[in-house]
Write a protein that binds this ligand. Structure first.
Ligand code: SF4
Length: 416
């Protein structure tokens, strides 16, 4: 119908991820949704929607736009290449499974490729800094050391090198060489197009290792409101272990925000194309943060679920409760429920329709009253707000998805 109105109409495209939630995960989801389309040249206006005070959305939006220069480059055109994936529907690139040396006892192996989990790879130097704490790292464990996994590095434009790999009937883990002067997304798409599907692919967030020594991002100074705003609960898998992955995402240090958005856009975009059997975050120097970012990008892309997932609206004039404090309360009560997806929506006007595929919903029904949902079906109505988090826990119990949390959180220890 719009086309029928005439060829002189010009329709800008607006991009947004409206129920991203808050904190680091929300920034990652926004980068995957908005950043990957911007990198493809799609989008004329954007809005980053966070369940935080609105001014916090602006630096993220600006950084995403600034990032286009890094994630795309129209000087590097690759013409007449047939895509190896369908940009309109998701299908994981088929590859053969293979076993590579894992972390643990000598001889331990990790399977990847095919339908196996997408694996998390770290460099030897980062692994050395974490090795003494591996058994305390819960679900954030590194799985493969780059230098020990016999990974083949290639420039995807090098047809002879690709031909040699394709002639090899034994599957090998392959990645793009560092310092290849292509944008990351283009480089890996080209690799996926030219490489025989038997070979699994290792994705990187950047084609060079970070050498920055940004002491600021390694501090645990939590005095500013921005620090407190982004402070997250330790993940359930490491509660009580004495080990805490650095969990303060300090938005003031734009270098980490840039790293996070770049990693999320590059790796997230490729994962959504169905490309990638393992990932390496090497643009972030601090090993704990790089590891946490790796797992969080996998979760946000829906590629590997290892913790509770939250969908939360950004709030507006219709919101019937304080979304920020309520989201914090619900997270505190449920963040140990691995694989459960919970939506927190401010009103019943638009909330239920925007809960995506959440398992449970906590939705403002009337002033001071909350409705609870299982999937998209409302099952409890007009619960007084003071009781609603407990009733949500009861509902999760009734549906067999509740487990008891580890009871204690011991000290804070930072690996960075
Ligand atoms: S309160 Fe309702 S309309 Fe407003 S952002 Fe939340 S779900 Fe959307």
């Amino acid at each position: 119908r719009l086309n029928e109105l005439g060829t002189d109409w010009s329709y800008p495209v607006h991009l947004g991820v409206t129920e991203a939630g808050e904190g680091e995960d929300a920034r990652i989801k926004s980068a995957i949704g908005i950043g990957s389309l911007l990198a493809d040249g799609i989008g004329d206006t954007i809005r980053v929607s966070l369940t935080e005070d609105s001014p916090h959305e602006i630096p993220v939006a600006k950084a995403l736009i600034e990032n286009i220069k890094k994630t795309s480059n129209n000087e590097h055109r690759t013409s007449n290449i047939e895509l190896s994936f369908d940009p309109f529907s998701y299908q994981r690139r088929p590859s053969e499974t293979l076993a590579v040396g894992g972390i643990g006892d000598p001889g331990d192996q990790v399977r990847l490729g095919g339908a196996e989990l997408i694996r998390v790879v770290v460099s030897q130097s980062n692994f050395d800094k974490m090795a003494h704490k591996i058994d305390k790292m819960g679900d954030y464990k590194p799985e493969i050391v780059y230098e020990l996994a016999d990974i083949k590095e290639v420039d995807p434009r090098d047809e002879n090198a690709i031909a040699r790999l394709n002639e090899n009937s034994t599957s090998q883990l392959v990645t793009v060489k560092d310092e290849v002067d292509l944008p990351v997304i283009s480089a890996f798409r080209l690799l996926a197009t030219r490489l025989h599907p038997r070979h699994p692919i290792l994705l990187k967030d950047a084609l060079r290792r970070s050498t920055a020594n940004d002491k600021a991002r390694m501090t645990n100074d939590e005095r500013s409101p921005n620090d407190r705003m982004t402070k997250e609960q330790p993940d359930a898998s490491i509660r009580g272990s004495g080990f805490v992955i650095p969990s303060t995402f300090d938005i003031r240090h734009s270098s980490f925000l840039q790293t996070l958005l770049t990693a999320s856009t590059n790796i997230g975009s490729l994962l959504c194309d169905g490309i990638g059997d393992a990932i390496l975050v090497q643009g972030e120097e601090a090993p704990g943060q790089a590891l946490r970012l790796s797992y969080n990008v996998l979760q946000a892309a829906g590629s590997r679920i290892f913790k509770t997932d939250y969908v939360a609206c950004p709030s507006c004039g219709r919101t019937l409760f304080n979304l920020q404090t309520t989201t914090a309360k619900i997270k505190e009560a449920t963040s140990h429920l691995k694989g459960v997806k919970i939506a927190i929506m401010g009103c019943i006007v638009n909330g239920p329709g925007e809960m995506a595929d959440a398992d449970f919903g906590y939705v403002g029904g009337a002033p001071g009253k909350v409705n609870l949902y299982v999937g998209k079906t409302a099952v409890k109505f007009n619960i007084p707000e003071a009781e609603a988090v407990d009733r949500l826990k009861d509902l999760i119990r009734e549906h067999g998805k509740w487990t008891e949390p580890a009871s204690t959180v011991r000290g804070l220890e930072v690996v960075s």
